[in-house]
Design a protein around this ligand. Sequence first.
Ligand SMILES: Cc1cc2nc3c(=O)[nH]c(=O)nc-3n(C[C@H](O)[C@H](O)[C@H](O)COP(=O)(O)OP(=O)(O)OC[C@H]3O[C@@H](n4cnc5c(N)ncnc54)[C@H](O)[C@@H]3O)c2cc1C
Length: 429
Amino acid sequence: MTTVRSSNDETEATQSRDVIVIGGGPAGSTAATILARHGYDVAVYEALEFPRVHVGESLIPACNRVLERLGVTEAMSRLGCPEKFGVRFYTERGAGRPFYFSEASDPALHSTWQVRRSEFDTMLLDTARAAGAMVHVRTPVRELLVTPGAGSERPTDRIDGVVAVRPDGSHERVRARVVLDASGQRGVVTKHFGVRDHVSGLENAAVWAHFSGVRLDEGKDAGSTLIYRVDRTTWLWLIPLPDDVSIGVVTPMRSLTEYGRDPASILAAAIEACPAIGDRLDAAERVAPVRVSKDFSYRARREGGRGWALIGDALGFMDPVYSSGLFLALRSAELAADAVHERLAASRDRDGAIDMHGFGTAYHEAFEQFLVIVRAFYSPDFHFGDFAREGERRKGLVDLFTGDVMSEQALRVAREIRERCKLPSRRAS
Ligand SMILES: Cc1cc2nc3c(=O)[nH]c(=O)nc-3n(C[C@H](O)[C@H](O)[C@H](O)COP(=O)(O)OP(=O)(O)OC[C@H]3O[C@@H](n4cnc5c(N)ncnc54)[C@H](O)[C@@H]3O)c2cc1C
């Protein structure tokens, strides 16, 4: 639980930084790396010890652009991640034709990776450290230093810094010209401002674990994500990882109990209810605890203000069916870091907070595009295979799957899908 303290309370010694990042996940590490390389004094506060387990193991190719900018492509190959060339959807009736990223408009986006998050996130946090960011693990942010805004509107509050709790229990009080909230679903700053809206119609939960002995396809398909529909609202993912396979079920929160009482039986029952999975799991053995994730489809009405900005899952996330989360996390972090650099450089006041309002337009556009295909996935009368068998439609759809969501073809296809599925207008969540 994060509390708020007035910035004028100076009873403890206060340090000063240019930038504070709350959370050392992929979004926080990305922003910290970019800003530390510009020469800013950056402190990252991460609540947990790394490596730590995290859901979200499948990248989409547009992530590669940010990973290249961070200079971690070599490091990625050292992690031994399976290469992902595409995604294959199975309906209740069986397999559809695979979608290969090589069918996309941009030939550079032909592949990406499946990642074990404990290793991927540690590599990114180490990159931030090597860039010069001060990384404090096991040091959760417990309080925000706030100068209240005029009037009763909370988004006019200015965030001046944080109070973090060191592993020995002592407090670290730090001011900064901007605080980036990369604390994921927890959303330390997001919740202070009360700007989180749920995305309606996607009130889902996920139950997942890792398995060995899963029968995968061979060759180019060995690293593909496999998506199995159990019924119109419930589906399973199979994501090949370096030594095992991540399997998860996504289902409406209200129907969780229909599958079983405890997480392991929910996952087992969903697999059982999916004959299209065939003999893939005949020799499978669970090698990690079963975990549950809920309430993950939301976004913030506002991405930044005086002395603060939200990035990654703190800003928003939606249903995981197209693996858009890490791309949106990396991209929002990159946009925020570039805006921080620009606004700090342009600021006449050498010490004051910068205003981060409006940095995220490109993020919101990308979010909208993903939301169209996520909603189409759950629409009762829509089938991607029938909609986009060949030609430009298929190219546009694959562009959306790669994360190249603003390509000409992707924009056209998203518009057509929106009309065909009679989806609500932008941001009508
Ligand atoms: C069921 C499910 C499946 C998913 N599958 C995919 C997928 O296949 N592909 C994909 O791209 N994405 C997927 N995602 C989304 C993906 O996991 C997230 O988008 C991604 O982890 C966001 O990164 P982040 O850095 O914003 O947040 P996180 O990775 O959550 O990192 C936030 C960090 O902040 C720290 N923190 C929290 N509170 C504090 C505090 N008070 N002080 C200091 N530190 C704090 C946490 O310990 C954590 O390390 C999935 C999500 C769900 C729920």
